[in-house]
Unconditional design. Sequence first.
Length: 225
Amino acid sequence: MLSAGLPQGTVPKLERPGPLRERVYEALLELITTRALRPGQHLVESELAGHLGVSRQPVREALQRLNTEGWVDLRPAQGAFVHEPTEEEADQLLSVRTLLEAEAARLAAAHSGRPGIEALEELCARGEQAVADDDVDLAVATNAAFHAKVMELAGNVVLSELAAQVDRRVRWYYTPVARQRGTRSWIEHRELIAAIASRDERRATEVMRAHTEHTRQTYHLREQS
């Protein structure tokens, strides 16, 4: 195993065609978001380059960009490390998420038709199965897809753009508590679907606000690994 913490073969080599620096950036960001690269972990350019099948230059550029965006810390004479979020950072981000998601739920209740409800039900069933299978990665991905669908059903472009800016970090904070949230999270999703289906804007807002607050609280109470 590499000191970068990624078992050989877990990350496919990047194809050369296309904007390579962007592909490397996206690959590293996804590895950080899913916590395959964990907070505080040392990132060695040469090892990451070898793992991704590229030269060190696009890796260096990606790390610099990730540093600018707050995902990576570049420390003089030490190198690059995955950023370790403070409790305050997480709290601020998840609080903003609550505001955005609650409004999205209200708008979804006002505008959603049967196809939208069925899409949410399908995602919820998929998430419930992921929890039953103890597939944390799939549960996290499906949770993100569910919330993205609610945002889509809201039909507000500006709201969607704002939500997209925090989506990656929401996944980053949700991953370590996904197992703790488990079945309860999807029960809350079912409650939200019911509120949206009944076109109850007030109830949808309340359910989503409580749902996202539960995640925020669980993050702060999580077991430190």
